[in-house]
Design a binder for this molecule. Structure first.
Ligand SMILES: [Zn+2]
Ligand SMILES: [Zn+2]
Length: 240
């Protein structure tokens, strides 16, 4: 079942995980974000473009703590990061989150699109004015850190290549894996400023062999372990 407002769409992936997206945003900037209902804490993974306020759409239980975790610093994933108080991201992009300069968020690429949105998020919307508000991290993550929401608990995987501080989150109990833009079922991007193809190759070797049950990527549909491995292998094969 798809839930819809005039800006966001959402679908239930499991009893406790919802995928949310912005259907009217240009497909290059139309990313997935996820709301995980934890036992003690809710976890939000990624934050869309910020063109419309995200937090009111999420219907978070009143008084329940929320952890906001960004998979990486690109504009299509962190526009509404600033709406949340407890912000987590990787150390390699900590300065990026604090400053939100175009050079790291690539927000200027959105401004340059011929038509960034199919319908305006608000009557006053002007594409030329698009900017991301700074959102300094409260907790800086590195490889192997744990993000615990009272069940489930996630291990942080540092997966550089698409961006220096790209991370994935793996729930080793269920095999559910949030992969950000490190890997998704679609055309992968390794030629933007900040991309590092040799780091990406190492990340792809790791993802090819990673034991998961399902991967929820920063774009596209969920991937089985086999599908994720196939995508990683195709990237590796194309690079040799
Ligand atoms: Zn990205
Ligand atoms: Zn993206």
């Amino acid at each position: 079942m798809t839930e819809r407002t005039n800006w966001f769409c959402a679908e239930q992936l499991t009893d406790t995980i919802r995928r949310i997206w912005e259907p009217h945003v240009h497909r290059f900037f139309r990313a997935n974000l996820f709301h995980v209902i934890g036992k003690d804490v809710d976890l939000i993974v990624d934050f869309g473009t910020g063109l419309a306020p995200l937090r009111p759409f999420l219907n978070i239980e009143i008084g329940k703590p929320v952890i906001a975790l960004a998979t990486h610093v690109h504009a299509d994933h962190i526009g509404s990061f600033h709406e949340f108080e407890h912000r987590l991201g990787h150390a390699a992009e900590a300065d990026g989150f604090a400053g939100m300069e175009d050079a790291v968020t690539l927000a200027h690429l959105f401004r340059q699109l011929s038509k960034g949105v199919e319908q305006k998020p608000a009557p006053s919307f002007e594409q030329d004015d698009y900017a991301i508000l700074p959102a300094p991290l409260g907790r800086v993550l590195v490889e192997n850190d744990t993000v615990d929401i009272g069940g489930p608990s996630y291990r942080v995987l540092h997966l550089p290549g698409h961006s220096p501080g790209s991370i994935g989150l793996l729930d080793e109990a269920s095999g559910i894996f949030f992969s950000g833009d490190a890997i998704y079922d679609g055309t992968l991007v390794d030629d933007l400023p900040g991309c590092d193809k040799s780091a990406y190759l190492a990340t792809m070797r790791r993802l090819r062999d990673l034991d998961i049950s399902v991967a929820y990527g920063g774009h596209g549909a969920p991937m089985s372990r086999e599908r994720m491995s196939t995508i990683a292998k195709a990237y590796l094969d194309a690079s040799t």
